[in-house]
Ligand binder design. Structure first.
Ligand SMILES: *Cc1c(COP(=O)(O)O)cnc(C)c1O
Length: 456
């Protein structure tokens, strides 16, 4: 295929939108470790999980063998509102870098929530509705997940209670108002509405909150309220499953032009966009049909993969959730206050953790000022104002493209551009004012988090 025939944007037709999700676990010889009941240390049963999650989502969470799971019609219809998303050839970025590498990015910011999170939000809201529930509870950090979920709940007429990390609630009023526009109630966390919130506030009255703490509050309310369940926007197997729509579209678009990527890059907070983007590619790799370099990018200030431990840990600060085996910094780990670049979760998807542990993917940690430099360069040449989270992937895609410039290799690089940064302008402001600093936690600081990890 001649270069000239590859358009700036590779769009799929509506009828090429994937009709199934790809369950990467079916391809894994070593399956991700099961969630454990923290009391008995036995694998969580479907019955136990059903107190927290919707029944159909419990099934998906526990299903390690079904390769492809059909996307229900109602979800498919909603997907059509904003999907397929474009796969863009970064010709302008390539020019600026002067690299022989061919760079592509899958852009997930083309919906009002501004990120890939809507792909799972709509699925989770649908199954809650189908089960006849009245509403769902969740946590949100920067607000992308809460926004996506409030859109999904409005569509299916479900009540949506969002616990928003307090610092974001105060610093990001705009996203809060988008959520309220879609009818969600938004509570700053920790709050006085839950037992765990009151406990955390009694111990740390000045805390600005954390994702782990907001999760504890949302779970508590779900478990105690009739007709409510809890939903989570990342980390879980079911979320990676829904996000596989991103990878399937990417693969379909590349296949149209017989393009085979050498390197696939994604930012990693809890691992959902990366897990979704790589699903079909990792499937081929696991089945021995093709090989790809797959790189997870995380912040140096919250380095779960690169400096965390691969152990069973709680998913939340309040230690109310089941135990997940994952790369973790300890459930009480909170990144330094100067950290503005997102991806602040202490743990990582058990699926990606197992794949990383088994050597199927790499991870790198990058510092936030270098991430914002890459973001700015990208905004100038490609026209899209990227989310700070997504910019971690940009940074490493640029680094890899520059390596190709040195070696003269024409590698094909694909990365996930997970969202836009319009609501992250306080972070951009810090960067522009020269007030952004990098902070890499010391081993002693990380030891504090590790000390809280339950005995294995
Ligand atoms: C939430 C979010 C992420 C990180 O979450 P993952 O589950 O690791 O994908 C990345 N980018 C954007 C824009 C997000 O909103």
């Amino acid at each position: 295929m001649s270069e000239k025939n590859i358009p700036y944007k590779i769009y799929l037709n509506e009828d090429e939108l994937p009709k199934v999700w790809h369950n990467i676990r079916a391809d894994m010889k070593v399956k991700p470790a099961p969630l454990l009941n923290p009391g008995t240390r036995e694998p969580m049963t479907a019955e136990e999980l059903s107190h927290v999650f919707c029944d159909e989502l419990v099934k998906q969470e526990l299903d390690n063998t079904t390769h492809f799971i059909p996307i229900p019609d109602e979800i498919y219809k909603f997907y059509k509102m904003y999907r397929p998303s474009p796969l863009v050839r970064a010709y302008f970025l390539e020019d600026v870098l002067g690299t022989p590498a061919k760079i592509y990015y899958k852009f997930e910011g083309n919906n009002t929530s501004g990120s890939h999170k809507l792909n799972s939000a709509i699925a989770q809201a649908y199954y809650a509705k189908k089960q006849g529930l009245c509403g769902i509870t969740t946590e949100t950090g920067a607000g992308q997940w809460g926004t996506a979920l409030s859109m999904a709940c409005a569509y299916f007429k479900l009540d949506c209670k969002v616990f928003m990390v307090k610092v974001s609630y105060e610093q990001k009023p705009f996203r809060r108002e988008v959520m309220r526009t879609y009818g969600a109630s938004v509570t700053p966390s920790p709050s006085m509405e839950t037992e765990i919130g009151r406990k955390i506030l009694a111990e740390h009255p000045d805390t600005t909150g954390s994702l782990g703490c907001a999760i504890s509050e949302a779970v508590e309310v779900a478990v105690k309220s009739e007709g409510y369940r809890y939903v989570l926007g990342s980390v879980l197997n079911q979320v990676l499953l829904h996000q596989s729509v991103v990878g399937l579209e990417t693969k379909a678009a590349l296949d149209k032009y017989s393009i085979k990527p050498d390197i696939i890059i994604g930012c990693a907070g809890g691992g959902s966009n990366l897990g979704g983007l790589i699903a079909p590619f990792m499937g081929e790799k696991l089945r021995g049909e093709a090989d790809y370099r797959i790189i997870a990018v995380e912040p140096a200030s919250c380095p779960s993969f690169t400096r965390g431990r691969y152990v069973y840990d709680f998913c939340d600060t309040g230690k109310a959730t089941p135990l997940a085996k994952m790369y973790t910094l300890g459930s009480n780990f909170i990144p330094a206050p100067n950290h503005a670049g997102g991806l602040r979760y202490h743990g990582m998807s058990p699926i990606l953790s197992q794949l990383y542990h088994d050597g199927y993917m790499e991870a790198v940690a990058v510092e936030q000022t270098s991430v914002f430099k890459a973001a700015e360069m990208f905004a100038k040449c490609e026209g899209i104002l990227p989310a700070p989270e997504s910019s971690h992937a940009i940074k490493v895609a640029v680094d890899e493209a520059l390596k190709c410039k040195e070696t003269g290799e024409e590698k094909t690089i694909v990365f996930g551009l997970t969202g836009t940064g319009y609501f992250d302008l306080v972070a951009y402001e810090k960067f522009h004012n020269g007030e952004m600093t990098d902070y890499i936690p010391t081993d002693e600081e990380l030891a504090v988090g590790f000390a809280e990890i339950p005995e294995q």
